[in-house]
Design a protein. Structure first.
Length: 47
């Protein structure tokens, strides 16, 4: 999103509006965790 001019801070409120409450700090720590793709997919399905 950053390459298109959208920062995490502007994306989080949009996600929250759609029922997926996430803070910028949470997103960044998730990105740095380097989780396997299967874990990320499972988490997305269960949220």
């Amino acid at each position: 999103m950053r390459s298109e001019g959208h920062a995490v801070e502007s994306t989080c409120p949009v996600l929250t509006g759609h029922g997926c409450s996430v803070a910028a700090r949470t997103y960044r720590s998730w990105r740095q965790a380097n989780l396997p793709v299967a874990d990320r997919t499972d988490a997305a399905r269960n949220s």
